[in-house]
Design a protein around this ligand. Structure first.
Ligand SMILES: [Zn+2]
Length: 293
């Protein structure tokens, strides 16, 4: 049963990769799914994420978001294959069906941990629920930067809000005092503060993994404390650089806008932090997003 599902997944994905509506995340797919898995030779890769963890995280996301999709007239379908070595994740849609494809290969990346993988799932959910701006040429998918922003601005906060382990996990993380202070200033309530710390650490790890996949020999440091200072003049609707994506996820974690306000599909300020909203801390970074003032 499992094997046939796996084969079906492979065939489906190879077909989908030949279409234009599928979004590869978190890195751009330049190769076919199966070729990517073979060339990277990931058979022996292991992380702290177990198959049980992988299944549980998928279950949490699916249980928590199925109703939210349903209320928007959409059907969430998560296809998760632990055995697949692909180091990526994908989103797609067909009519009202919204698909997310997840693979063990990315969860097994040596730097991966549970919180970071949860943020990967949240990024995929963000393609479907992240609102404005949309991916270049897409009628339905939020842009990569926006999916990153949604992942910490809404999704991590929503999925972790009732986690009894928030305090224990958050206080075990190695994070700079500057990050802790920013999280504390933005989130005076302890549970919100702990989630901010978990999301921030996951953001940094996510960036390091993406950087290692995109440019394996790069010595550029990825850190919460080294944000990109270059500003774009027009919004980047494709793939921001790994450090910029860390910055985006960090700002999403810092933003204190309510998770109950969904993202806007026309209004960039709805549900978000922005200068116009009077809360520029936590706004989308200008390394990819050209704010309207
Ligand atoms: Zn993506």
């Amino acid at each position: 049963m499992k094997k046939s599902l796996y084969v079906t997944s492979l065939l489906t994905l190879n077909f989908l990769l030949s279409t234009t509506g599928l979004f590869a995340c978190p890195i751009q797919a330049n190769q076919s799914h199966s070729k990517q898995a073979t060339e990277l030779n990931l058979e022996g890769e292991t992380s702290s994420v177990t198959e049980n963890d992988f299944d549980r995280l998928v279950e949490i996301a699916s249980e928590s978001y199925t109703g939210i999709f349903k209320r928007q007239g959409l059907k969430l379908k998560i296809d998760a294959s632990w055995k697949d070595n692909t180091q990526n994740a994908y989103s797609d849609q067909s009519g009202q069906n919204r698909y997310i494809y997840l693979f063990g290969g990315y969860a097994r990346h040596p730097l991966m941990d549970k919180d970071t993988y949860l943020s990967v799932i949240c990024h995929e959910l963000g393609h479907h629920l992240g609102g404005f701006p949309r991916e270049e040429g897409s009628t339905w998918a939020s842009a990569e930067g926006e999916a990153d922003y949604f992942s910490t601005l809404k999704c991590m906060k929503y999925l972790l809000k009732d986690d009894p382990e928030n305090e224990r996990i958050a206080l075990s993380l190695d994070l700079p005092e500057e990050v802790k202070n920013l999280c504390r200033n933005q989130h005076p309530m302890s549970n919100d503060y702990y989630i901010c710390l978990r999301s921030s650490k996951a953001a940094e790890t996510y960036g390091k993994i993406n950087a290692s996949l995109a440019t394996p020999d790069s010595t550029v440091e990825i850190s919460l404390l080294t944000p990109v200072t270059k500003r774009v003049h027009s919004t980047n609707l494709t793939y921001p650089m790994p450090q910029c994506r860390v910055d985006t996820k960090f700002q999403g974690a810092l933003c204190n806008a309510s998770i109950d306000i969904p993202m806007g599909y026309q209004d960039e300020n709805k549900g978000a932090c922005s200068l116009k909203n009077g809360n520029p801390i936590g706004a989308r970074p200008e390394c990819w997003f050209a704010q309207k003032y």
